[in-house]
Design a protein around this ligand. Structure first.
Ligand SMILES: *[C@@H]1O[C@H](CO)[C@@H](O)[C@H](O)[C@H]1NC(C)=O
Ligand SMILES: *[C@@H]1O[C@H](CO)[C@@H](O)[C@H](O)[C@H]1NC(C)=O
Ligand SMILES: *[C@@H]1O[C@H](CO)[C@@H](O)[C@H](O)[C@H]1NC(C)=O
Ligand SMILES: *[C@@H]1O[C@H](CO)[C@@H](O)[C@H](O)[C@H]1NC(C)=O
Ligand SMILES: *[C@@H]1O[C@H](CO)[C@@H](O)[C@H](O)[C@H]1NC(C)=O
Ligand SMILES: *[C@@H]1O[C@H](CO)[C@@H](O)[C@H](O)[C@H]1NC(C)=O
Ligand SMILES: *[C@@H]1O[C@H](CO)[C@@H](O)[C@H](O)[C@H]1NC(C)=O
Ligand SMILES: *[C@@H]1O[C@H](CO)[C@@H](O)[C@H](O)[C@H]1NC(C)=O
Ligand SMILES: *[C@@H]1O[C@H](CO)[C@@H](O)[C@H](O)[C@H]1NC(C)=O
Ligand SMILES: *[C@@H]1O[C@H](CO)[C@@H](O)[C@H](O)[C@H]1NC(C)=O
Ligand SMILES: *[C@@H]1O[C@H](CO)[C@@H](O)[C@H](O)[C@H]1NC(C)=O
Length: 859
């Protein structure tokens, strides 16, 4: 039996317009102009969209309007590929899911040349099939059942001769897990039939998975039908209309036989047979038969279930003999009724043995492509595979089919690239050479890449005049032996004096959140229009409906910040994110929003919360950050987060992380940035309690050198606000140092910054007072139960007090703070870590593992 599906016949499909959802369906009408997209197919209500967002190459056209066949709408337009050897669609799918993938090709003499094209079609790195349209006036349709191993599926058209590849439609339907499982390989359709003498095919919406079922009959068959409802509840979701009919042999004592020839003839075969008893059997009646695939299996004594589907399928691949496949249903001697069958599917196995290029490499290289909007014609599909089609300017290593290739070198020299060097280059662990020379990159090289360089990565950056090649691009040299003022000396007297003055300032001009304004002088270029926009790729901009979807319609609020509520969400199914929805009432909101997007797109550091994306759609503004599951430092100090007390060691490590983030803002990026809102609620903690700074809405760059920036409106959070800045409106990075000193004092004392009932209401004042009394134990957070190294405590207090010095010029810079705090960590860890390996004393490793030892994991 040869079953041929004519595309032209699709018009005769049974039309059942159902309100079934098309969840997970991808229905692309290739070549459909965007202004005609989407549309609902008039026969089956499938919603087709244009393919233009899934492919960057190719040209679109229409079939000859004088064509003498009636085509469904999705075959009237097509995309053809005059350029490049391989052109690929890149589709978003769900890893681990089995999909029905259907591609259709109708030439339709679109070019007037009357020359039927031939070409290859590839699925990811593997060749799927040769498409030869010679004589196929009505086109061809290829179908495969394939389990995807990544979240992206590449369908590629590969030119093999003179003619240009074409494509008319792509249809992708998710199938249920645990159906159509193979031992290896994917399934190519031989046929899918239901036993009926009707002439209508059945597909969506009768079939929720949109499989196309063709009617099938034979001269030796009798067809029976029922109007009774059939229970179709098994994983295969066979349409009820199909199960309501069946075939039996005309000669009731003869077997029912179906034969076919698989393609290729020696192919391994999988078979799926769907049965339901649709006759009402009397008590003295039985239907029992053997299901036999000649040379393979004999499933004996089978009886279909009454009014309920039963699917009999092969779990292992079968091999038919040279005379083809021979399926027979043989009535057993005990049976009073002939055998029966309702529907049947047969597939041949196609092995896709070549594993895709390492997923992390593919992710990173696609990111690079998007970031720099590189439109190299070869940069489509799998970067390394097949080898003869690998991308230009990259080199891969190949071991064998079952080892994913890896990318070892990337040459982006002489590409006029602008903007910063993306940090995700560092994630391509197999890269040994990155050549970025001869471009126009700016900013500083991410620390992660510099770290990779130490491990042997060759990084070529010549000929980028605006690029700073170290993570510390400041002129200021780090002084190793910086001396902090001795707190116990007369200096404390000065502090007491200035603190009193400071406190008056606070009382005089009390700032509330409603007084927060943005300096009018702030220059924020439009995210959309900035000519540095090369970093802004499509991937990070989301529509409002996508934001709704990722947050499950804002169902889980994580907290409320100054400019809106923060919600929990997911992107790409599994990546957790925090979504800050900017409240529409906040008039300053848009400025802060743009400032934050701009800044976060420009700076990347392990101790700065990174931006996953944003939404800027009319009045809907949202920022999508990486999710920080452990909340903020303030919650941890108050015990609100988990109830356990942060140890002194953990606190020190957290402030070192925060200090590193701030150091990067001050000295690592160009132009340097002032955060302007350093406080314990803006220090967030990830699952390993690694700290990252958040909330850059107030941040701004400051001039370097002696010149100071005068802003007319002071912004920040009361209590953390640098009194000098408050009085003079001179903005420098030293204002952040002041706020950081306050954070240190909170971390040390776990007391409110301002408490009117205290003998000295302001925390700075109170600590000074306690110091002069020599009462250091009572400065410390009592929850720590004296469980700390007193030397590191003294040092931390010294650092904090020097940071809050009223005179900004006497405050240390962040690099000095970082070094001093690291020394605190060393003395504390050596106290508690008798058994702990202290080899790394000289350079404390603040890696994640370090934290795991100390902190119980949240469950
Ligand atoms: C297509 O059908 C869906 C539901 O069946 C409906 O919501 C949508 O508006 C229709 N679209 C068009 C373009 O007709
Ligand atoms: C195409 O469809 C129209 C209207 O449905 C019909 O009149 C015509 O005969 C069909 N042509 C062909 C070639 O099938
Ligand atoms: C199917 O399996 C994949 C991978 O194992 C899983 O991610 C997905 O949730 C499963 N789907 C259903 C409906 O169980
Ligand atoms: C169909 O069968 C399933 C399980 O075999 C059962 O749970 C379900 O209730 C049945 N449905 C109907 C409508 O009888
Ligand atoms: C019906 O089938 C039986 C068994 O195959 C055979 O012996 C018999 O001749 C057949 N009858 C007719 C009328 O073909
Ligand atoms: C089953 O019983 C009915 C009467 O109830 C009878 O007419 C019929 O011939 C019987 N069939 C068989 C196969 O014995
Ligand atoms: C199938 O198996 C049954 C029971 O094992 C046996 O009676 C029957 O003859 C077998 N049929 C064939 C064609 O081998
Ligand atoms: C056929 O029927 C007899 C008597 O009812 C029973 O003993 C025997 O096991 C049955 N054979 C099969 C294969 O069901
Ligand atoms: C890049 O430009 C430099 C200087 O103009 C030139 O020497 C080099 O060959 C170019 N490299 C490539 C790959 O085009
Ligand atoms: C990097 O690219 C430049 C410019 O094309 C070239 O001159 C240089 O040889 C390349 N370096 C390496 C290590 O490939
Ligand atoms: C690099 O960028 C700057 C500013 O964007 C521009 O003035 C300069 O001409 C660019 N240089 C090259 C070589 O493209």
């Amino acid at each position: 039996m040869k079953i041929h599906i004519f595309l032209a016949l699709i018009g005769t499909f049974v039309v059942i317009v159902g309100a079934q959802d098309q969840e997970g369906f991808i229905s692309l009408d290739c070549g459909l102009p965007i202004d005609e997209s989407p549309y609902n197919d008039s026969f089956n209500e499938l919603t087709f969209t244009s393919d233009s967002t899934f492919i960057q190459t190719g040209k679109i056209d229409r079939v000859d309007k004088d064509l003498s066949i009636n085509l469904s709408r999705q075959y009237m337009t097509l995309r053809y590929f005059p350029e490049g050897k391989r052109n690929c669609y890149s589709l978003d799918v769900k890893r681990g899911t089995t999909y029905l993938i259907v591609v259709s090709f109708v030439y339709g003499n679109y070019d007037g040349l009357n020359r039927d094209p031939n070409f290859d079609i590839h699925l990811g790195p593997n060749k799927w099939k040769r498409i030869d349209l010679d004589g196929e006036k009505e086109g061809t349709r290829e179908e495969i059942i394939h389990k995807v191993m990544s979240n992206s599926l590449d369908i590629c058209l590969v030119k093999t001769g003179e003619t240009f590849p074409i494509i008319s439609a792509i249809e992708i339907r998710p199938l249920k897990n645990k159906t159509y499982v193979t031992q290896s390989g994917s399934l190519m359709l031989s046929f899918r039939v239901y036993l009926s003498n009707s002439d209508a095919s059945i597909r969506y919406a009768d079939d929720v998975h949109d499989r196309i079922w063709s009617p099938f009959t034979g001269s030796s068959f009798t067809h029976i039908t029922t109007n009774l409802n059939i229970n179709n509840s098994n994983a295969y979701d066979i349409p009820k209309t199909i199960l309501q009919g069946a075939a039996t042999p005309k000669n009731a004592s003869a077997p029912l036989i179906i034969t076919w020839e698989p393609i290729p003839t020696n192919a391994e075969v999988y078979l799926y047979m769907h049965f339901a008893e649709i006759q009402t059997l009397e008590a003295n009646e039985t239907r029992q038969f053997d299901v036999i695939l000649k040379g393979n299996f004999n499933h004996s004594g089978f009886s279909p279930t009454k009014l309920k589907v039963f699917t009999l399928f092969t779990e292992e691949p079968m091999k038919c003999g040279s005379e083809g496949c021979h399926l027979q249903l043989v009535r057993t001697p005990n049976s009073t009724l002939p055998p029966l069958i309702n529907a049947l599917e047969a597939y041949s196995v196609i092995e896709f043995s070549q594993l895709e290029t390492s997923l992390s490499d593919v992710g990173a290289i696609k990111n690079i492509k998007d970031t720099y909007q590189l439109s190299k014609i070869t940069w489509q599909g799998d970067p390394c595979l097949p080898q003869y089609l690998s991308w230009e300017n990259i080199r891969c290593t190949y071991v064998d089919d079952s080892t994913p290739p890896t990318i070892i070198s990337l040459d982006l020299s002489n590409n006029s690239l602008t903007g910063p060097v993306p940090i995700f280059l560092a994630t391509m662990k197999s890269l040994s050479l990155i050549n970025l020379s001869g471009n126009n990159l700016s900013g500083s090289v991410p620390q992660a890449l510099l770290d990779r360089e130490k491990e042997g990565l060759v990084l070529k950056l010549e000929g980028n005049p605006d690029l700073c090649k170290s993570s510390f691009c400041n002129k200021e040299k780090k002084k190793k032996n910086y001396l902090l003022p001795s707190v116990a000396s007369a200096a404390s007297l000065l502090i007491v004096v200035v603190v009193v003055a400071l406190f008056f300032v606070f009382r005089k001009k009390k700032t509330g959140p409603s007084d927060l304004h943005d300096p009018p002088s702030m220059t924020v270029s439009n995210v959309e229009k900035t000519n540095q926009s090369s970093i802004i790729s499509k991937k990070i901009r989301y529509t409002y409906s996508e934001v709704q979807e990722m947050t499950n319609n804002f169902d889980k609020a994580l907290g409320e910040g100054g400019f809106g509520v923060v919600y929990h969400g997911f992107v790409n199914v599994t990546e957790q994110v925090a979504v800050k929805l900017l409240s529409q009432s906040s008039s300053q909101g848009y400025k802060h929003f743009k400032a934050e997007v701009e800044l976060l797109l420009r700076v990347h550091h392990i101790n700065l919360v990174s931006l996953v994306g944003y939404c800027d759609e009319g009045e809907h503004l949202a920022l999508i950050y990486e999710y920080m599951p452990n909340g903020d430092l303030k919650q941890h100090l108050s015990g609100k987060h988990s109830g356990f007390v942060l140890s002194w060691e953990s606190r020190l490590k957290i402030v070192v992380d925060a200090a590193l983030g701030l150091e990067y803002l001050h000295t690592g990026c160009i132009p340097p940035m002032v955060h302007r809102d350093i406080k314990t609620t803006n220090i967030l903690l990830d699952q390993h309690l690694q700290a990252k700074l958040a909330d850059f809405g107030l941040s701004r760059s400051f001039p370097i050198g002696n010149e100071k920036h005068v802003s007319t409106v002071v912004a920040g959070t009361p209590g953390y606000l640098d009194p000098e800045y408050y009085q003079t409106n001179w903005l420098t990075e030293k204002s952040d140092i002041y706020s950081f000193g306050i954070v240190l004092l909170e971390m040390i004392t776990n007391r409110p910054i301002i408490q009117q009932t205290r003998e000295k209401p302001h925390l700075v004042e109170w600590v000074s007072f306690m110091i002069t009394k020599g009462d250091i134990r009572n400065i410390m957070d009592p929850n720590l139960h004296h469980n700390y190294d007193i030397g590191s405590v003294w040092k931390a207090i010294e650092i904090a007090m020097s940071c809050v010095n009223l005179s900004s010029t006497r405050r240390p810079n962040m690099s000095q703070v970082v070094n001093e705090l690291k020394e605190c960590v060393i003395s504390e860890t050596s106290r508690i870590g008798e058994g702990r390996d202290m080899e790394s004393k000289g350079s404390v490793d603040f890696s994640k593992d370090f934290y795991n030892e100390v902190i119980p994991q949240a469950r």
